[in-house]
Design a protein around this ligand. Structure first.
Ligand SMILES: *Cc1c(COP(=O)(O)O)cnc(C)c1O
Length: 384
C-alpha cells in the first residue's frame, strides 16, 4: 500500500524516531513530505477487476487509517492495529470477539464508559462481567471462572490511578485460558508497552494523548499477533463500520509526531502539581503514582517510563468543597476528557452517573503543558 512504503527503515525501533516521522510520506505526485488527507470514498479497479493498490472502499480501508494503524502498531510493539471512530468503538470491537456466555473480568474503577458497555450493552447479549480490584491478586484469582475469556486491565486506572501489574495479570489470565487486554490510553506507548510484558492487545482512546490537542475522536486496538483476535477486531471494524474519518486519522498522526515530548512534559508538570497538592492542608488525598506514598509506586516505576499527566485529588469537606474548588479555577478549564495541551479539571462522580464508585470529593485533572508554576498558583488560589 502506498502509505506503508514510507515507514522508517525496519531497523529503526526507537520510539522517539518512530513518532517524529509518523506522518512522513513523500507524495509521489507532488513531493510533499507529509501525508495528504485522502478523502476519497472509493478506489479505482483495474481492468481485470483487481485492486493492485490494496484499497477498495473507505469503510474497508483508507490510506490515512492504514498509516495510523501501521505507526501505532510499531509504537506498541504489536503485529497490527485497527482504528475506530472512538475509544469505545475500539473496546466494543474487542468484546465482540468473545462469544455469548463468555465472562469478562474488568477493574472496579475502569473508565465508566467501558463498564457501561459491558453492563448495559454486552450483558444483553449474554456476556458476563465481574468488576474487581485488579491491584489485589486474590480478587482476580477469586473472580476467575471456567468461562472467563478476557481480563481487561486499565493502568493507571480512571479516576483513582491505581496501578495493576500487567505482566503478573497477563500471566494469571493466560494460565486460566483467558486473553489479557490493556487499555493504554493514559500511559501511551511512550510510558508503557503492555504487549511487551504479556498483554495480547492494547486499546486506545486516541481522542486523548495520541491526538493530544483535544480536537479529534478516535480509538484503536493493537494486537500482539497477527491472529484470531486481530482478525476478529478487523471484522468488527469493517462490518459495523465504526471507522474514523480520514481527517481524524491525519490529526492523530499529527499528534503522534510529538507524543514522546508531550508525555515527558505532561509527566513533569503532573509531578510538580501532585507534590504541591500533597502538602496542601485542604487536600485530603492525592492519587498520583509518582508520589512516594502511592501504593502502586513500585509497580509503576517498574513497568512505566514516567508516571503520566493525570492527577486526582480529594478535597477536605466533601462534595460541596470539591465543587467550590472546581468553580474557583481561573486557568484550568472545567471539562471532561484529557490529554490535550491545556489543563482540565472536573468533578468526576457527577459525570460518571448513578453507578459511580468515585468519591464525591474527588477532582480529576488532566495536567497540560502550561508552565507548572501557573498551574500551581491557580490551584492554590482556588483551594484558598
Ligand atoms: C476516554 C477514554 C475511553 C473512551 O474513549 P472515547 O474516545 O471517548 O470513546 C476509554 N478508556 C479510557 C481510559 C479513556 O480515558
Amino acid at each position: 500500500m502506498a502509505c506503508r512504503a514510507e515507514s522508517p527503515p525496519g531497523d529503526i525501533v526507537r520510539r522517539e524516531t518512530l513518532a517524529a516521522r509518523a506522518a512522513h510520506h513523500v507524495d509521489p505526485a507532488t513531493g510533499a513530505v507529509t501525508v495528504p488527507v485522502h478523502l476519497s470514498t472509493t478506489f479505482e479497479r483495474e481492468a481485470d477487476g483487481g485492486y493492485p493498490l490494496g484499497y477498495t472502499y473507505a469503510r474497508a480501508g483508507n490510506p490515512n487509517r492504514a498509516l495510523l494503524e501501521d505507526r501505532l502498531a510499531a509504537l506498541e510493539a504489536g503485529a497490527g492495529a485497527a482504528c475506530f471512530a472512538s475509544g469505545m468503538a475500539a473496546a466494543g470491537a474487542v468484546f465482540h470477539t468473545l462469544a455469548t456466555g463468555d465472562h469478562v473480568i474488568a477493574p472496579s474503577d475502569c473508565y465508566h464508559g467501558t463498564a457501561a458497555l459491558l453492563r448495559d450493552v454486552f450483558a444483553r447479549w449474554g456476556l458476563e462481567a465481574s468488576f474487581v480490584d485488579l491491584t489485589d491478586e486474590a480478587q482476580l484469582t477469586a473472580a476467575l471462572r471456567p468461562n472467563t475469556g478476557l481480563v481487561w486491565v486499565e493502568t493507571p486506572s480512571n479516576p483513582l490511578l491505581k496501578i495493576t501489574d500487567v505482566e503478573r495479570t497477563a500471566a494469571i489470565a493466560h494460565e486460566a485460558g483467558a486473553l489479557c487486554v490493556c487499555d493504554n490510553t493514559w500511559a501511551t506507548p511512550m510510558l508503557q508497552r503492555p504487549i511487551e510484558t504479556g498483554a495480547d492487545a492494547v486499546v486506545h482512546s486516541t481522542t486523548k494523548y495520541v491526538g493530544g490537542h483535544g480536537d479529534l475522536t478516535g480509538g484503536a486496538v493493537v494486537c500482539r499477533d497477527d491472529g484470531e483476535l486481530l482478525e476478529g477486531v478487523r471484522r468488527a471494524q469493517s462490518t459495523y463500520g465504526a471507522v474514523p474519518s480520514a481527517f481524524d486519522c491525519w490529526l492523530a498522526l499529527r499528534g503522534m509526531r510529538t507524543l514522546h515530548l508531550r508525555m515527558r512534559a505532561h509527566s513533569e508538570n503532573a509531578a510538580r502539581v501532585a507534590e504541591f497538592l500533597d502538602t496542601h492542608p485542604r487536600v485530603e488525598a492525592v492519587h498520583y503514582p509518582g508520589l512516594p506514598g502511592h501504593p502502586g509506586r513500585e509497580t509503576a516505576a517498574r513497568q512505566m517510563d514516567g508516571f503520566g499527566g493525570m492527577v486526582s485529588f480529594q478535597v477536605a469537606g466533601g462534595r460541596d468543597e470539591a465543587m467550590r474548588v472546581a468553580a474557583g479555577v481561573r486557568l484550568f478549564t472545567r471539562a471532561t476528557s484529557l490529554g490535550g495541551t491545556e489543563s482540565l479539571i472536573e468533578h468526576r462522580a457527577s459525570i460518571e452517573g448513578p453507578h459511580t464508585r468515585t468519591p464525591q470529593n474527588l477532582l480529576r485533572s488532566s495536567i497540560g503543558l502550561e508552565h507548572a508554576d501557573d498551574l500551581i498558583e491557580d490551584l492554590a488560589q482556588a483551594l484558598g
